[in-house]
Design a protein around this ligand. Structure first.
Ligand SMILES: C[S@@+](CC[C@H](N)C(=O)[O-])C[C@H]1O[C@@H](n2cnc3c(N)ncnc32)[C@H](O)[C@@H]1O
Length: 254
């Protein structure tokens, strides 16, 4: 199996199939946001499946991600808490990764600051209000027991930024380009940027098996990491490739 042919590419295909061609222990970080099974209107993927079927599929993807991840590296999943059989989905994912022998590292709350709540006073008397979720989780797990340390002298953040992002509460507005890019669930560039700075080194290989519009790839290019992106929709792949081309063109102007 040859890794080189996947590097810095967005591969159009089903990640479960594509991942099988990636060698064991070859990836330095997985940074991804899978579909949440909450009925989002994706181009070709059905985001409204029976929950057993959804998890059966997602667990197979997670098995592959754990296999391809190198020792002492991070598996990072961004997920919105949707309730499946009265259990929040991020708990189900965390439990699965623990069962697979990964170590829990941290759980970051991404506060999206995007609900302009108009209270409906009438619901108060029932004592069973609908609580709107204005957060998502970023689950960080490690494969192996040791720290991932490379002897490289780099400073990629100011002290102020380091202090801000080494907390479990990230206040980041949702992405504003979703309508324009015709994708219903893009995360803002700042999410993969922060994760890359915190958990990887320059030239590392970062895998996003659900890369959508290519946000993780752009963060990698910006921070001089290599990426492997996989995406089921041909249209989203085209969008990702255009954004990458634009980024490279702009960079070459400076
Ligand atoms: C939550 S979105 C990720 C968005 C991405 N983080 C971004 O910023 O654009 C999940 C993506 O997974 C893709 N997807 C669904 N099933 C897939 C599969 N089997 N293989 C690869 N991609 C898949 C969907 O088309 C969708 O773009």
């Amino acid at each position: 199996m040859e890794l080189e042919k996947f590097i810095n590419k967005i591969i159009n295909g089903d990640c479960l199939e594509v991942l099988k061609a990636i060698p064991d222990c070859s990836i330095d970080a997985v940074i991804t946001s899978p579909p949440y099974n909450m009925g989002r209107d994706y181009d070709v993927y059905n985001d409204n499946r029976d929950f057993d079927e959804y998890f059966n599929w997602l667990f197979q993807v997670l098995d592959e991600l754990v296999r391809v991840l190198n020792q002492n590296r991070r598996l990072i999943i961004n997920i919105q808490p949707v309730i499946s059989k009265k259990i929040p989905t991020h708990h189900i994912i965390s439990n699965y990764l623990l069962k697979k022998g990964l170590q829990f590292y941290t759980e970051i709350i991404w506060y999206k600051n995007n609900y302009k709540c108009v209270p409906f006073l009438g619901s108060q008397k029932h004592k069973s209000p609908y609580i709107k979720s204005n957060i998502e989780y970023i689950l960080v797990f490690t494969k192996g027991d040791d720290k991932y340390i490379k002897d490289i002298d780099i400073l990629e953040m100011s002290e102020f930024e380091y202090a801000k992002i080494t907390t479990t509460f990230w206040n980041i507005n949702p992405d504003t380009e979703m309508k324009k890019l015709k994708h219903p669930a893009k995360f803002p560039l700042e999410i993969p940027e922060r994760l890359i700075k915190l958990f990887t080194y320059p030239d590392d290989i970062i895998l996003d098996p659900f890369i959508g519009t290519g946000t993780t790839a752009l963060a990698c290019l910006k921070l001089k990491r290599r990426f492997i992106g996989i995406e089921l929709s041909r249209n989203y792949c085209e969008t990702a490739n255009k954004l990458i081309e634009n980024f490279i063109k702009q960079k070459s102007l400076f």
